[in-house]
Design a protein around this ligand. Structure first.
Ligand SMILES: [Zn+2]
Ligand SMILES: [Zn+2]
Ligand SMILES: [Zn+2]
Length: 255
């Protein structure tokens, strides 16, 4: 299993437009964060979690040539607005399976109405094969590639975290319900929401993210969906051993 963090920034991206703070003006490439997304490679399969608003740039940056599936966490703009940019992959490889919960499908069909109810000829449309996921209903993307959708709470919105064998990706959440916690134990690697140091109504912040790491005890944890409040090198000292701030391009491999 290999995770490549394609984006680790909060919804505005970092730098934030017009901001002159220490992080937004930093030269450290780890302080330049595109919108959150992760590429998962395992057993010959390549899977993307979320088509972020920066998907095209992210795909070009890693030289993406093929996708076998897309998993959607939820339909906030920063996570879904890149869906139209799967078209070049469709041209070469045909329709792409997209997995999302029922709530997200309602939003995807509304936001991208032109895909599902085309009203004109011409203009390439994304080709999507819709799959609905539900909490706890695991499915396989390959002989040794199990995906378990796990419901977590983002403010008041239920969104999907995904466990992929012993790796898990859980972003955009403020709470993990008890039944979901049990599905996130025994992990080799966990990529977890951690917006900033101060509390936030719909995201985890440092203290809460670290509480969950202590509770779940993954072997390694990486924080994502990071705002400009966090400067990578300066704030590395805030984290205990086994926990790191994620950054764009970070690869997490089976060891
Ligand atoms: Zn987000
Ligand atoms: Zn800033
Ligand atoms: Zn969100």
């Amino acid at each position: 299993m290999k995770f490549t963090l394609l984006g680790t920034g909060t919804s505005t991206g970092v730098p934030s437009i017009g901001c002159e703070c220490e992080t937004c003006t930093s030269d450290d490439p780890r302080d330049k964060r595109l919108r959150v997304s992760v590429l998962v490679e395992h057993g010959g399969q390549t899977v993307l979690i979320d088509t972020s608003s920066d998907f095209r740039q992210q795909a070009l940056r890693v030289g993406l040539r093929h996708l076998d599936a897309v998993l959607v966490t939820h339909c906030h703009a920063d996570h879904i607005f890149g869906l139209d940019d799967i078209r070049p992959l469709n041209f070469r490889h045909g329709a792409l399976g997209v997995y999302a919960n029922e709530r997200a499908w309602v939003d995807i069909r509304r936001i991208f109405k032109y895909i599902f109810e085309p009203s004109h000829f011409g203009g390439g449309l994304p080709q999507v094969v819709a799959h609905t996921v539900t909490h706890g209903a695991a499915f396989c993307l390959g002989p040794d590639f199990q995906v378990t959708p796990i419901e977590v709470i983002h403010g008041r919105l239920p969104v999907m975290a995904y466990r992929l064998n012993d790796f898990a990706y859980a972003t955009d959440l403020s709470e993990i319900p008890p039944a979901s916690l049990d599905m996130l134990r025994g992990l080799d690697a966990l990529v977890l929401d951690c917006l900033r140091l101060r509390p936030h109504p719909t995201h985890l912040w440092l203290e809460r993210s670290l509480d969950y790491v202590r509770e779940l005890r993954p072997r390694r944890a990486y924080f994502t969906h990071i705002a400009h409040d966090i400067k990578h090198a300066r704030d590395a000292a805030l984290l205990p051993g086994g926990v790191e701030w994620g950054y764009d391009g970070l690869e997490i491999n089976d060891e």
